[in-house]
Design a protein around this ligand. Structure first.
Ligand code: TXA
Ligand code: MG
Length: 353
């Protein structure tokens, strides 16, 4: 299959030309096809959520296990009522505060949502993304767009159209290229099918921000560790995921000790003939002597670290690096989501110094 990569950024083309392109993409979705598109978090791989055959094509293109449910993307509040049994008051409050935005909520599904979209579950995950092109695509595509991240299953989520092309070229008819995304890690997931709302995946909307709106919220205990007795409740969180081809090892501790340890480990691996990568920051990158050193962002701005994380892992993949040593970062604010994704990418390998 030929994959069209269609630019929807505002350089020389007019707004009307962009609208027409997105509208054409919407027609592909209405006809049961797949379109990758930008959102504010990561690129999504969209299909008509109410068409079981279309959802099936997503699993096929990604190589995704069929028990891993998809998020349905909507463009307005009225459309929510049709796909869920009821909207709890607290969920309504979160929607008012954070939608459109990087928040996904899980509800009991209504009859029109096929089990193929929900991985066989009676619940459905819903999000209204904060991205004008995504919202227009959802409307042109019929109002309900199922979209996981547009990576091949197991790979880091795509934060640029080029990343989508790496994984999806030849498998889908169209990629809408809206340039690099703003946030860079996936939405926060809050499950309202529990008595007390539960965070199944941390993201840039933090537990504290949610508590300020609805009071009590719990963290899925399965997120805490690689623990087979308490698997995470979101099926997708149990896979080794967000992962580069190389072995990733996190090093935590004070700045000086971390640098010393990473230099020591990188030197040893390099002397063993391995191809080594190091993930540092603007503040620390000049202190590393071995391997290919990349800065992930600045410690003064955690959002910059989130934005570059997946792109850096993909860059190391392209260099065929075999082992990556990375600094680890503060867990406050979006830091908790960054830590969650890095630990998963590392298969929970972390050295404390
Ligand atoms: O930011 C995002 O959420 C991006 C963009 C494209 O919107 N999408 C995304 O989708 O990250 P995906 O499929 O890569 O991750 C969805 C996660 C998976 O871990 C899945 O298991 C979980 O949500 N999930 C979906 N429906 C669920 C449900 N009914 N119950 C529990 N977990 C669910
Ligand atoms: Mg994903």
């Amino acid at each position: 299959m030929e994959t069209a990569i269609v630019s929807i950024t505002d350089d020389r083309q007019g707004k009307e030309a962009i609208r027409e392109k997105i509208h054409a993409a919407g027609q592909i979705i209405r006809q049961g096809g797949l379109v990758a598109f930008p959102t504010e978090t990561v690129y999504g791989l969209g299909a008509d959520a109410l068409n079981p055959l279309a959802s099936g094509r997503i699993y096929e293109a990604k190589g995704r296990p069929s028990d891993n449910p998809l998020i349905i993307h909507i463009s307005n509040m009225e459309d929510l009522e049709k796909i869920v049994r009821k909207v709890p008051e607290q969920a309504r409050k979160l929607a008012e505060k954070f939608w459109p935005g990087p928040l996904t909520m899980i509800f009991e599904k209504s009859g029109i949502v096929p089990l193929e979209t929900t991985g066989g579950l009676q619940t459905v995950a819903v999000r209204m993304p904060n991205h004008p092109a995504a919202l227009l695509l959802i409307r042109s595509g019929g109002g309900y767009v199922a979209a996981p991240s547009a990576n091949a299953s197991g790979k880091p989520s795509p934060t640029r159209a080029e990343h989508v092309a790496e994984d999806m070229k030849g498998k889908i008819p169209m990629i809408l290229d809206g340039g690099p995304v703003g946030i860079g890690i996936e939405s926060t997931i809050v499950d309202f099918s529990e008595e007390i709302p539960m965070i199944l995946r941390p993201g840039c909307i933090t537990a504290k921000m949610i508590q300020e709106v609805i009071g009590e919220v719990r963290m899925d205990p399965g997120l805490a560790a690689e623990n087979p007795e308490a698997p995470p409740k979101a099926p997708g969180m149990k896979y080794r995921h967000y992962a580069p081809k190389a072995d990733l090892i996190l090093v935590a501790g004070s700045k000086e000790k971390v640098q010393e340890k990473i230099n020591e480990l990188a030197e040893k691996a390099a002397k063993e003939g391995k191809s080594v990568g190091v993930i540092g920051t603007e503040e620390t990158k000049d202190g590393y002597q071995y391997g290919t050193v990349k800065s992930i962002g600045t410690r003064k701005d955690a959002a910059s670290i989130a934005r570059h994380l997946y792109g850096i892992l993909r860059e190391f993949d392209q260099l065929d690096v075999e082992i990556i040593y990375s600094e680890s970062f503060s867990e406050s604010g979006i830091g908790q989501a960054i830590k969650n994704r890095m630990l998963k990418a590392a298969g929970h390998q972390m050295i404390e110094v």
